[in-house]
Design a protein around this ligand. Sequence first.
Ligand code: FEO
Length: 391
Amino acid sequence: MNNYKAIQISENIFWTGAVDWLMRNFHGYETSRGSSYNAYLILDEKITLIDTAKITFTDELLARISSVVEPAKIDVIVSSHVEPDHSGALREIAALAPQAEIITTNPNGLKGLTARYGKLNYHAVKAGDEISIGKRTLKFVPTPMLHWPDSMVTYCPEEKILFSNDAFGQHLATSMRFDDENDLDTVLREAKKYYANILMPFGKQAQTALKALGGLELRMIATGHGVLWRKHIDKILDCYKSWSAGEVEERAVVVFDSMWHSTEILARTIAEAFAARNIPAAFYDVKSTPLSDIITDVFTSKYLAVGSPTINNQMMPTIAAFLCYLIGLRPVKHKAFAFGSYGWGGQSIGLVEDELRAAGCEILLDKIRIANVPTAQQLDDIAKKISALNL
Ligand code: FEO
């Protein structure tokens, strides 16, 4: 039993989603603050549900819907995105309301939903299509590769609400639904982490989407995760403009693993050398900080130094995982270099440099390779090299 209730966000529009307080891992993305799966119910001549929830939260979703209307009365389901954190309960809702028309994108949403849920009452839409649900209109704006081929946002002009699905969202579990009811720094930090870990490879697509949404009057952005934006809409739009353009700050991130502290000593020297140039440097041992947090910092920092000792002729597997993640996220405008200590062989440092190139980084400084334990003179030399860089 539960007593979940819908939360009104506008006249006859309700949040009917689910809060995932306990989730700590979203397929590799470390979600230290949980998340939510936001669904929205619009009571109009056609009762409309925008998105569902992860399948394990079907009871919560249904309870919140049922607190306002019988789920069997739903006429339209807008499926903004095939990924199962939003579509997971679709089959269950469609079974309760078999007459409901399921709006999805053509052809990718249609293909994806059919593959997952079989033949249902789909109605595929394309850019510019709209439907009337009574007093309100829903206009569909496909946002392909933001971040799946099927992704779509929906705009209701009468309400000036954008139902944005993954865009502008955050993996953030909260009891209060709006930006102005939560700590703004935390919300923005989680929005940046979400962008960095999920949307970073799709900056061009994000800019295209921002252009498509540019002329819309917005009173509210009803996200697919985390809090909804109503007070700080301009702020999150400005952030997305900057993030999608790949804008970076004069900051450095030093990421390393170490076996017997020699690579760690190099990392400390490098961080201090950046700081001596008035460039703030973040310092991450990959064993101590989740990759998703490190990447969030790398995303907007211009400089990156990655260090690994050599083990079995390779880099440390932890650093390989970091670099694999970095390559997939396709960062832009970063300047980087590799460093590390070694006992013999020392192949890891060149391998790290190769991976930094593969990630699209410009190599700022030739790789720093130190045998055994760095001497004071070698550390001074490293500091001088960083001091002499033409940044
Ligand atoms: Fe929140 Fe791409 O799903």
